[in-house]
Design a binder for this molecule. Structure first.
Ligand code: PAF
Length: 281
């Protein structure tokens, strides 16, 4: 497994792979790898000749009062997992390589960025789209793998790739869950034991919501959201950012629920923000 820190070295590695007509499967990450990342890497391994994983905690996607400095970092464990998964190249650039002092180009995808998390994290998706566009230029992947737990992120990246004609196939992969249903996330490590036990209620609320929609018991999103907020408010130290039913492509809110739809939620448990969603197809 090759570890690359420099952008120039990463580009030469890419060119060599592409010259040899070998496909590149790319998994961009911010490290603190978990089973969700493992599933993305395994799929990239199955579908490509070479697997590249990047580890970069992207400062541009954190707001000034967000958890950039507290975001979990676990490089040696990450490298062990990547070795185990037979990753070919790990790209670990520094912030100054990605954002040199003269950096001044931003990628904004307003159509998909305004609702859901975008409302609560202004600038977040601009930071995500910009770094992913830059990483795509450097790694030039054939396919890039993202987890559907970050549903809105997948939509933003999909739109960006289409609009900017970026020659990469975006592969959105199912959410991987802990045995009790909690979606795998690097931020789960920040939950105390008690909060971790409570966090599963997020999935339980979404699961209940899906049942209520599928059984056609509640097809008015206002009523459904009120019902699910009652479930979530049982979590101690919980603050709900949103729970909403949206169109799976435009992410526009749905008043009368039609299918397909996405039921998505974000909430804080103590100082940790968790997101999750279920697709109702
Ligand atoms: O999903 C993530 O870990 C990040 O948002 C990503 C896609 C690596 C961009 O920094």
């Amino acid at each position: 497994m090759k570890i690359i820190h420099s952008v120039e070295e990463m580009k030469s590695s890419t060119h060599a792979t592409r010259r040899g007509r070998r496909s590149i499967g790319f998994v961009p990450t911010m490290g603190a790898l978990h089973e969700g990342h493992r599933a993305l890497i395994r799929r990239a391994r199955r579908e490509n000749d070479q697997v590249v994983v990047s580890i970069f905690v992207n400062p541009a996607q954190f707001g000034p009062r967000e958890d950039f400095t507290q975001y979990p970092r676990a490089l040696s464990k990450d490298l062990a997992l990547l070795k185990q998964e037979k990753c070919d190249v790990v790209f670990i650039p520094s912030a100054s390589q990605i954002y040199p002092p003269e950096f001044s180009t931003w990628v904004d995808v307003p159509a998909c960025s305004a609702s859901l998390c975008g409302k609560f994290r202004p600038g977040h998706f601009r930071g995500v789209a910009t770094v992913v566009a830059a990483l795509f230029q450097i790694v030039q992947p054939t396919r890039a793998y993202f987890g559907l737990k970050d549903y809105q992120q997948c939509r933003v990246i999909d739109r960006m790739v289409k609009d900017l004609q970026i020659p990469v196939r975006v592969v959105a992969c199912p959410t991987v869950r802990e045995p009790d249903g909690l979606a795998c996330s690097s931020r789960n490590r920040r939950l105390s034991k008690r909060d971790r036990e409570e966090a599963v209620k997020l999935y339980q609320a979404l699961y209940l919501g899906r049942e209520l929609i599928e059984q056609k018991i509640m097809l008015d999103s206002g009523r459904l959201e009120t019902r699910l907020k009652q479930v979530l408010s049982q979590i101690p130290h919980c603050r709900i950012d949103y729970i909403a039913v949206v169109d799976p492509v435009t992410l526009a809110p749905m008043r009368k629920i039609r299918r397909p739809a996405v039921l998505a939620a974000a909430l804080w448990i103590g100082k940790t923000r968790l997101i999750d969603n279920v697709v109702i197809s």
